[in-house]
Design a protein around this ligand. Structure first.
Ligand code: DX5
Ligand code: ZN
Length: 220
């Protein structure tokens, strides 16, 4: 199993974001997770395409844009132009899920669908063959530093079964409350891509935290 660590910039120091992103990649990050909040779909406000465009030339790794915005479609082309590689959205935030997936792909990005803790996986039923990524939220979206909701492990197992049955390469990402002490159990439930905000950016030494996560994953 190939595991990927995706630090979330939400917990980075925004006053020196470029440096933070470069440091976390130097420390071993596989992906940059870019949280976009609109103070409408979620009760918080973060960053948009201009900031994505600004960090794009600083790193080679994929930028994984997690849209917590409603509506979704208007902003998709802007993020594609800003250098996003993966764009994920919440089914509740799009009136036409299949159309939004197509829009993301038409703009040359990989497409992901995101499941809040209370959102059923049945949204996958008719679109799984078009997705590149399934993102299971293990906290309610809006803030970093929240506690991992254990029910997400059951949802990860169910999503893993669906993905394996599809026979396609679809990443299974988890987001919220991922730490060095629970990452092994989360991987065991089926996740292969791990968003971690406060666990990495809140640590003094990014490299040793990422190394500890990899050591935990190697126990699988
Ligand atoms: C929450 C965001 C997460 C957040 C995770 O709405 O989608 O990506 O940054 O933060 P931690 O890892 O601190 O739970
Ligand atoms: Zn996120």
């Amino acid at each position: 199993m190939k595991y990927r660590i995706a630090p979330s910039i939400l917990s980075a120091n925004f006053a020196k974001l470029g440096e933070e992103v470069q440091n976390v990649v130097a420390a071993g990050a596989d992906i940059i997770h870019f949280d976009v909040m609109d103070n409408h779909y979620v009760p918080n406000l973060t960053v948009g395409p201009l900031v994505c465009e600004a960090i794009r030339p600083l790193v080679q790794v994929p930028i994984d844009v997690h849209l917590m915005v409603k509506p979704v479609d208007r902003i998709v082309p802007d993020f594609a132009r800003a250098g996003a590689n993966i764009i994920s959205f919440h089914p509740e935030a799009s009136e036409h899920i299949d159309r939004t997936i197509a829009l993301i792909k038409e703009h040359g990005c990989k497409a992901g669908l995101v499941f809040n803790p209370g959102t059923p996986l049945h949204y996958l039923d008719h679109v799984l063959d078009k997705l590149d990524l399934v993102l299971i939220m293990s906290v309610n979206p809006g803030f970093g530093g929240q506690k991992f909701i254990a029910e997400a492990l059951n949802k990860l197992r169910a999503a893993r079964q669906k993905i394996d049955a599809s026979n396609r390469e679809i990443w299974l990402e988890v987001d919220g409350g991922v730490k060095t002490d629970n990452i092994a159990a989360i991987a065991h439930a089926g996740a292969d891509t791990f968003v971690a905000g406060s666990a990495i950016f809140g640590a003094k030494d990014y490299k040793s935290t990422i190394n500890t996560m990899r050591a935990e994953l190697a126990k699988q």
